[in-house]
Design a protein around this ligand. Structure first.
Ligand code: 6PG
Length: 253
């Protein structure tokens, strides 16, 4: 498939958000794969490494699959890629519900990334203490530097990562990683906080499919109610979030 120029379809939406609508879902997924590779290349060139926080969800899964294609095995120096996660369910790393498991199975076990560069969120036990430990690990591995890229999706209720509507984790300004209890699902999750996400050099939100169109419209054109629609707080004037939408998800904008 022909590669779309990465920058010329990115349009400013407002002071905190840019948007790109590359086309249908296949074209958009290819764009996302290429965007990941170009971002990684640039970071490795500029600073010698690329630190990315991966997300769960269907679009990241398709991106990870695409990254693992043979043609991409030598496209960047994968030994300089550091993998972290933006959120995790409190399940074992072998569970099909685990975001770590999904990312590894879909793509990263097929790429030459050294094991010591792969930092999963250990959320299956004691998520509160493990969130503290993950924050320390990030500090240590990144020397206090922000992530180069945080990959995010949007749930149908307007959540992102595991920042769900009306949860205590929406208000944790002094933390980078937290255990967040979701009363609506009666489960714990581990998640990066707004402070950590919004400090990233690049924040990308992938939203594909018609089922997301109404929420996309609400989030972009409705009142600013981040306790109800947590994804509204992603992106700042210093670090605008890039929303990559397919035509179906963007159809009401
Ligand atoms: C997860 C996520 C979550 C996800 C959205 C969108 O662990 O499930 O990190 O925030 O990104 O729910 O998921 P889809 O892309 O599958 O709609």
């Amino acid at each position: 498939m022909e590669k779309i120029n990465q920058t010329n379809i990115i349009k400013p939406y407002d002071d905190r958000r840019n948007i790109a609508v590359p086309g249908n879902s296949n074209v958009t997924t290819e764009y996302c794969i290429n965007h990941f590779i170009e971002t990684a290349k640039k970071c490795i060139q500029d600073r010698g490494y690329f630190a990315v926080a991966l997300s769960g969800g269907s679009t990241p899964k398709a991106i990870f699959k695409g990254l693992a294609r043979k043609e991409n095995h030598d496209i960047i120096d994968w030994s300089r890629v550091l993998l972290f996660w933006s959120d995790e369910r409190c399940v074992s790393p072998n569970s099909p519900e685990s975001n770590y498991h999904m990312a590894m199975e879909a793509g990263f076990t097929h790429l030459p990334i050294p094991l010591e560069n792969i930092h999963r969120m250990k959320a299956e036990e004691d998520p509160e203490n493990n969130a503290i430990a993950y924050e320390q690990l990030m500090e240590e591995k990144l020397n206090g530097e922000p992530f180069d890229l945080v990959m995010l999706g949007m749930g149908n209720d307007g959540h992102t990562a595991s920042l769900f509507p009306k949860t205590h984790g929406l208000h944790a300004p002094e933390k980078k990683v937290i255990a967040n209890f979701l009363p609506q699902m009666d489960v714990w999750r581990m998640t990066l906080t707004y402070e950590c996400i919004n400090a990233a050099r690049e924040i990308v939100i992938y939203v594909l499919g018609e089922s997301k169109a109404e929420m996309v419209n609400k989030v972009f054109t409705g009142s600013y109610l981040p306790d109800e629609f947590p994804i509204q707080r992603i992106g700042t004037q210093n670090h605008k979030a890039l929303w990559i939408l397919d035509e179906a998800a963007a159809k009401l904008l």
